[in-house]
Design a protein around this ligand. Structure first.
Ligand code: COS
Length: 382
């Protein structure tokens, strides 16, 4: 563990208090304004939330995966758009540099990502390359001491506010992993154009947009790790970790949804008694609790495996598949327990029901997780 038990408990308590005292009361404001209030962003920085996974050498907390998922179980108790801001720096927005950056790239960017001064963004998806990430077309052509990037990235989280993009680009035409390289592109680089924020089903405040590269010239020093061809595998490794982080988030949200549903069921009376006393309501509570517990155990187990240095590609995909589908079912039951009230925006479950739909899609759809699980399982038996 990176922290001793007492320090970890203090951190978990501080995050829990922050979520309950500051974030949950600000959920409606976030949903209406579509913006995380600046005062809250500052408090997230002060708590160290942007740097959970970045080494103390660069100003982060350097948490182990187990510690990180335990913090995320707490952060998940509120609107996911709050987590999205810091979570991208903890996860896919910084990990390419952590895993494969040169010493100079780490020293230049990680301290600012850890403090939250710089928002990171991971740019893999394109209009014609979603699940088939290797089909990406954005090109990077070497020209003297620089590369010229051309193409479009789509649905890029945090793009409208990001200071740094990890951009996957094609440096060779053949369809193979080492045809793809990763470039660290700073916002403001001429030829880097940020689209209008997308209008989405949920998660107001978690911004996404297109990112267009129009003859965007970057120095050769922007090439991640200083070498061509490591972009695809680095992306996959980044996603192995990201998928565990998202699974932990789903556990946190399911916990919140179950808590809201149980409180409502104890309060709401029909046929002369609280609806929590009816067995058909209890069945929904029990199914949600059992699935939530299963997901929590899976995530902790996979996180511990990762901390032991074991390969967790298959386990991360199992966690992502199960936890994201689980939170969808828990959200559905929470709405059902609320009855008509669950369809009204006045109750948080209506908003969460829309918010959680994303988790079965991004960082690899459920179908991609099934594909990864099956491939890894067959590989292990052949
Ligand atoms: N870690 C390290 N290396 C990995 C890896 C992982 N988790 N997964 C794959 N690789 C390597 C493979 O070992 C292979 O290496 P070699 O070329 O040396 O054999 C290479 O990468 C290509 O892998 P593969 O053949 O499996 O590539 P595919 O085109 O078949 O695609 C999937 C693999 C489908 C798993 C990949 O495209 C994917 O994850 N798609 C979803 C993308 C996604 O999650 N998008 C969300 C955007 S971010 S919000």
């Amino acid at each position: 563990m990176a922290l001793d038990t007492e320090t970890l408990n203090l951190l978990l308590d501080a995050v829990r208090r922050f979520v309950h005292e500051r974030l949950i009361p600000a959920e409606d404001e976030l949903a209406e304004s579509g913006q995380v209030p600046p005062a809250i962003v500052n408090e997230m920085r002060e708590l160290g939330l942007f740097g959970l996974s970045i080494s103390p050498d660069f100003g982060g907390l350097g948490l182990t995966m187990e510690e990180e998922v335990r913090v995320v179980f707490e952060l998940g108790q509120t609107s996911p758009a709050f987590r999205s801001l810091a979570g991208t720096n903890i996860g896919i927005g910084s990990q390419a540099i952590v895993l494969a950056g040169t010493d100079e790239q780490r020293a230049r960017y990680l301290p600012k990502l850890a403090s939250g001064e710089l928002i990171g963004s991971f740019a893999l998806t394109e209009p014609d390359a979603g699940s088939d990430a290797m089909a990406l077309r954005l090109s990077a052509e070497r020209d003297g001491d620089s590369y010229v990037l051309n193409g479009t990235k789509r649905y890029i989280t945090n793009a409208p506010i990001a200071g740094l993009f990890s951009v996957m680009a094609r440096t060779a035409p053949e369809r193979r992993a080492n045809s793809i390289s990763c470039f660290l592109v700073e916002a403001g680089t001429p030829g880097l154009i940020i689209g209008k924020p997308d209008k989405k089903m949920g998660q107001a405040g978690a911004l996404t947009s297109d990112v267009v590269f129009d003859n965007c010239r970057v120095p050769a020093s922007a090439l991640l790790g200083g070498e061509e061809g490591n972009g695809f595998k680095t992306s996959m490794r980044v996603l192995d970790k990201g998928r565990l982080h998202i699974s932990a988030l789903c556990v946190g949200i399911a916990d919140r949804l179950l808590s809201d549903a149980v409180k409502y069921a104890m309060d709401r009376k029909q046929f002369g008694q609280p609806i929590a006393e009816f067995q058909l309501i209890q069945a929904m509570i029990a199914d949600s609790q059992a699935e939530l517990y299963a997901a929590r155990c899976m995530v902790l187990d996979a996180a511990r495996m990762r901390d032991r240095g074991e390969n967790t590609t298959m386990q991360a995909a199992c966690c992502k598949l199960f936890s994201t589908e689980m939170v969808g079912r828990v959200a559905d039951r929470a709405v059902q327990i609320h009855g008509g009230a669950g369809y009204m925006s006045e109750y948080a479950v209506e908003r969460f029901y829309r918010d959680v739909r994303l988790f079965r899609i991004f960082e690899g759809t459920s179908q991609i997780q099934q594909l990864v699980i099956a491939r890894e399982t067959i590989k292990a038996h052949s």
